[in-house]
Design a binder for this molecule. Structure first.
Ligand SMILES: Cc1ncc(COP(=O)(O)O)c(C=O)c1O
Length: 389
């Protein structure tokens, strides 16, 4: 039989049924598992039999979520983590040692930036940032181990050519690590461009309903096994409850991403024609500087739109206060539309220069476009723009 399609894999991948013949996977809320006898216990610890031992190592719900993610990202294996940052952290620490060097795009998520700049130097790990693909080869040194990219980036929506970066990684024997959080495997599959490791914050579109934290690292079996061993020993594993919920969420990922993208494209089109708007940024708008890259490697533009209205920093804050329906919250990828002002919140600790370098202007507003009717989404933005003129 041919390989099943994305939507079918997302719905039909399930762990084995119990003797109860349940239709939906039960929740295995247990910290540990029992053994038949001392010999079974010995063999399980010696990896001679496949047997769950302890939920920090493995758990049926977590395995269902991991199996699904590996199938959806088209990778050999996956390991689920307690949060997106636990996934990003493990995807580095499982492979690096003192004296190593990594290369990353400058426009990485704030906590990833803190990891590189605040913690890595303490452990003797160097990093170099690049702003576009052409700079990467010049930055490679003898001790370079990992090439990391976030595409599209949060919140700047910068995009990088995964095919070009994949080729460079292969040529120089680097581990190519892609944070695929904004696109999800439904819109972009980095493995097709040579990614060795794909990291996710499952907290965002994978959950899609703003309920739990989670993360996952997908990739080749030998690499994912290193991540598993690192987390099994250091504690960043996913809880069974979160995995049970996230596995259910994956069943609707495709339909949700289609609608998020459809609403976001309509919203960005409306904003780009508005007299009160100075700039709109959306991967599938022809005015996006990397529009051709987006079209090449993404199926649709995703659910995040950024824009700046006339009036900069002060107008942005007033605009947020004038919104009636949108949620003002730090999360994204929810069914509910969310507005944030990065310069006064998530990125307030960066200097103006640092913000500018990753595309965060004083008036930038980030909208995580939800699944409400598009007319209601536009109507809330319109009334807030009129009120703050
Ligand atoms: C691109 C990206 N990577 C990683 C993370 C971290 O994920 P978490 O909040 O689940 O730890 C986020 C969170 O917003 C993100 O946007």
């Amino acid at each position: 039989m041919s390989r099943k399609k994305f939507e079918t894999l997302a719905v039909r991948t399930q762990i084995k049924k119990t003797q109860e013949h349940e239709h939906s996977s039960p929740l295995y809320l247990t910290s540990s598992f029992v053994f038949d006898d001392a010999e079974h216990m010995r063999a399980a610890f010696a990896d001679e039999v496949q047997s769950n031992i302890y939920s920090r190592f493995s758990n049926p719900n977590v395995q269902e979520f991991e199996n699904k993610m590996a199938l959806l990202e088209n990778t050999e294996a996956a390991f689920a983590t307690a949060s997106g940052m636990a996934a990003v952290f493990a995807s580095f620490m499982a492979f690096l040692k003192t004296g190593d060097h990594i290369i990353a795009c400058r426009s990485v998520f704030g906590s990833t930036h803190a990891m590189f700049t605040k913690y890595f130097p303490k452990w003797g790990i160097e990093h170099s940032y690049f702003d576009n693909e052409n700079e990467v080869e010049k930055l490679i040194k003898k001790n370079t181990k990992i090439l990391f990219v976030e595409s599209p980036s949060n919140p700047g929506l910068a995009m990088f050519d995964l095919e070009v970066l994949g080729k460079i990684s292969k040529k120089h024997n680097l581990i190519f690590n892609v944070d695929n959080c904004f696109a999800t495997p439904y819109l972009q599959q980095p493995v097709n461009y040579g990614a060795d490791i794909i990291t996710h914050s499952a907290t965002k579109f994978i959950d899609g309903q703003g309920r739990v934290l989670g993360g996952v690292v997908c990739g080749k079996k030998n690499l994912v096994n290193e991540v598993y061993l690192f987390c099994r020993n250091t504690g960043g594993s996913m809880s069974p409850f979160n995995a049970w919920l996230l596995s259910k969420s994956l069943e609707t990922l495709g339909v949700r991403m289609d609608r998020h993208s459809e609403n976001a494209l309509k919203l960005s089109d409306y904003l780009s024609k508005h007299v009160e708007i100075e700039k709109v940024n959306y991967p599938f708008l022809p005015s996006h500087p990397q529009y051709s890259i987006a079209k090449k490697q993404m199926k649709a533009g995703g659910g995040i739109v950024t824009f700046s209205a006339k009036g900069g920093y002060e107008r942005a804050k007033k605009f947020l206060n004038a919104l009636e329906m949108f949620s003002l919250t730090a999360n994204l990828g929810d069914t509910r539309t969310i507005a944030t002002h990065p310069a006064s919140s998530t990125h307030a600790k960066l200097s103006e220069e640092e913000r500018k370098a990753v595309g965060i202007t004083p008036g930038l507003i980030r909208i995580s476009v939800g699944l409400e009717h598009i007319e209601d989404i536009i109507s809330d933005i319109e009334q807030a723009l009129q009120k703050t003129k």
